[in-house]
Each structure stands twice: as C-alpha cells, then as structure tokens.
Design a protein around this ligand. Structure first.
Ligand SMILES: [Zn+2]
Length: 406
C-alpha cells in the first residue's frame, strides 16, 4: 500500500474546520464534504495526465517514423508502447472525472471506486501491448530482417529515453502526492519504458558497429517486462476492489487518538471500508465506564467522529459502546482471570469489551482470533467451553472478533 502517513498529512492540510463539522452526521453530507478536497486532486491528476499524453503521442510519432525508416522492430514496438501509455493517461483522466462525481441517491458512497475499475482497463491495455509485442518479436527472431540506422534516428531514440526518464519521475512523484494509483502506475511504467528504450538504442548501436542483430531479442525482453507490468497493475487494482487490510500505521494512529478522548478506556474493532482513493468509511468500538449516561456517551461518540474526520478525513459512521466495570475489585479479578484463560489459547490475540454483572450473573467479552489460525471456530468453541466450566453460574456471551486492522 502507498505511504498513508504522507497522504494523511496532505489531506489534513487540505481540510478546513467547517467541512469536518459537516462531515460527521448524515451520510450524504459526509461524502459530499469528503470529495471537497478531491476537486483540486482531480484537476491536478488531469493536468499530470495531460502532460503524459502529449509527451507520449509525440514520442510515438517520432519513434514510428524512425522505426519504419530503419526497419527496426524494437523501435516500432517502442512506439506502440508509447501509444498505449497515452491511452492509459486518457483512461486515467476519464476515471478521475467519473470518480469525482458527487454521491447521489443510487450511490450514496460516491463513485470513488471507478478509479480502481479504470486502473483495471489500463492493466488490460498494457497486457495487450505486451502480448502483441512479444508475438512480433518472436516472429522477427524466427525470420530475421536487416535494419539500417541513420545518425538522426539514433539521436531521436536517445532523446526519447531522456524524455521518458523525466516524464516517469514527474508522473510518479505527483501520483504519490495525490495518492493516485493510476498515476503512480503510469509513472513506474514510464521509467521502465526508458530503460527498455535505452536497450533498443544499445541494440541499434550493436547492429551498426558489430553488424549483429540483437533487436528482436531486445523486443522480446521489452515485451516480457510490459506483460509483467500489466499483471502487477491488475493484481493491485483487484486487491483494492476486493477490500484490503487497512494500513497498520493509520489504524494504530486512529485508535490511539480515539483513546485520548476523556472517558474512553480502550478502542477496538476498527473497520475501514475503501470507497475509492481517500474515501475511507468505517466504525470503531470503545470501552466506557458502566456509570456513563446516554447523553455522556452521545457527547463522546460525536467528539470521536468529529476529531477523526478532521484529522484523517475518515468517516466513522458508528462508534459502538462496551460497558466496563468501575470501582469493583471483584469484577477486576474476574476480568483478569477470564483474560488469562482466553489468552492462554494459541491464536487468541486480544480480549476486550469485558463486562460482568454479579447480581444478574452474566458476563460479556470479545475475543480476537488471528486469521493465521485455520481452526478459528474451534479455538472459539474451546474458549467458550473453558469459561463456562470456570464460571458455571454465569450466562457468558463471547463474541468472536476478526483481526481487521493493525
Ligand atoms: Zn469487539
């Protein structure tokens, strides 16, 4: 995953007090305000992509002329590659524009995930370019043809390498600042293309000076790299759509800040759903003293939602409440005992939300069991059985939690 801290800081800088105040509350206004800073983000992505399109079309035209004149398969394929890059940039622009539309009745979470879909289209284009190139190169290896280069053609290819290096650095740096996976992907792609263009130049020089034709082989290597890049982009975009584990640093920071709110004894079960770049929605559970009133809890949850929205541009639509015992040493003893019993099981990584009522004879707790354990349900069953045996007079409710973050 990309550097969350950086994007968090950036979002922070873009946010204003008033927006955050609106952000908490009705879902609709929350998304509307979340897209406020993305208006500038979208226009910046469009600008960077436009630079990429112009540069790639120019490079493609020059290389196509040079490649056809010299009868060089490697340079012609390089031109095709530039064209596919330009196509990717066009799709990035379209995707960003579509994703930036305001949420509506039908899609109250907004259109942010469109960006992941357009990234998949880009990946398919890159794969297509790679596979086509590979087929052409293999044909040339089997049926070699002579190439003839002029000094001008070699100079043009050399300049193209430098342009691609500069373009790659620019697009990738901007993409990281704007947390746009599409831009980062095309920036990385451009840098790799520069290396491959350099290889075509070397192959051409070898042909000129050593009279050995390597370029069909260079073309095959270029194609293999393009195919691999396509698969990488595809895998990443599909991962985002399926839903990935939230960045550990972000989840720890959010939980830490939630715990700073007076009255909160612990923060757990943070779940964040990704509705597109910089659009995280989720929920968190907090432990509060059992003596708190509804109005006090109401104040605390609003405080948490507002703070997290302001600081991270993350919408916590629900803050769940666990009651925790106060001023009762017997309850604390039972809690410590129950925790040690549960944590003794391999795979149990956390116990939280513990509450015992000795008069009504019931206790509640949540156990978090690691995804690394295949038999999570079995471990859960053992824990429950052991607790019921240890506290026979109690109704014991144990919730099985998943370790969703950290
Ligand atoms: Zn829980």
């Amino acid at each position: 995953m990309r550097d969350m801290t950086q994007s968090v800081q950036q979002r922070d800088a873009q946010k204003e007090e008033g927006q955050a105040t609106q952000a908490v509350g009705a879902g609709r206004s929350a998304v509307a305000t979340a897209s406020e800073p993305t208006a500038t983000r979208a226009s910046q992505i469009v600008r960077v992509s436009a630079v990429g399109i112009v540069a790639n079309v120019l490079l493609a035209v020059f290389k196509a002329i040079v490649g056809l004149a010299a009868n060089s398969i490697a340079i012609v394929l390089d031109a095709v590659n530039n064209l596919s890059d330009a196509g990717s940039s066009v799709i990035t622009i379209v995707g960003t524009k579509l994703a930036d539309r305001a949420p509506d009745r039908k899609h109250p979470f907004g259109y942010g995930r469109v960006e992941y879909l357009t990234t998949i289209i880009i990946a398919v284009i890159v794969l297509w370019a790679g596979i086509t190139s590979l087929r052409e190169s293999v044909t040339r290896i089997v049926h070699p043809e002579d190439s003839t280069y002029t000094v001008v053609s070699l100079v043009i290819v050399a300049v193209a390498v430098l342009v691609k290096v500069a373009l790659g650095r620019y697009v990738k740096a901007r993409g990281e600042r704007l947390s746009s996976d599409s831009l980062v992907a095309s920036g990385t792609d451009a840098t790799m293309d520069a290396v491959l263009s350099a290889a075509t130049l070397v192959a051409a020089l070898v042909t000129v000076f050593a009279h050995v034709s390597l370029e069909a082989w260079v073309g095959a290597i270029i194609s293999a790299f393009i195919v691999k890049a396509g698969f990488d982009i595809l895998r990443e975009a599909i991962g985002k759509i399926l839903g990935e584990r939230v960045d550990a640093e972000l989840s720890q920071q959010i939980k830490h800040d939630v715990c700073e709110v007076p009255g909160v004894r612990g923060a757990y079960d943070l779940v964040l759903n990704d509705y597109g770049p910089e659009r995280l929605w989720g929920s968190v559970h907090v432990e509060v003293p059992e003596t708190m009133t509804a109005s006090e809890i109401d104040t605390i949850t609003r405080k948490i939602q507002l703070m997290i929205a302001k600081k991270y541009n993350v919408i916590l639509h629900t803050v769940g409440i666990y009651s925790s015992n106060v001023g009762d040493t017997r309850a604390a003893q039972i809690r410590d005992h129950v925790c040690s019993l549960a944590l003794a099981h391999d795979g149990v990584i956390q116990v939280h939300g513990f509450y015992v009522n000795e008069h009504a004879k019931f206790m509640n707790l949540d156990v978090v069991i690691s995804y690394d354990k295949k038999d999570r349900a079995d471990i859960y069953g053992q824990v429950v059985a052991e607790l019921r045996a240890a506290y026979p007079g109690y109704a014991i409710h144990v919730n099985l939690d998943a370790d969703m973050s950290d």
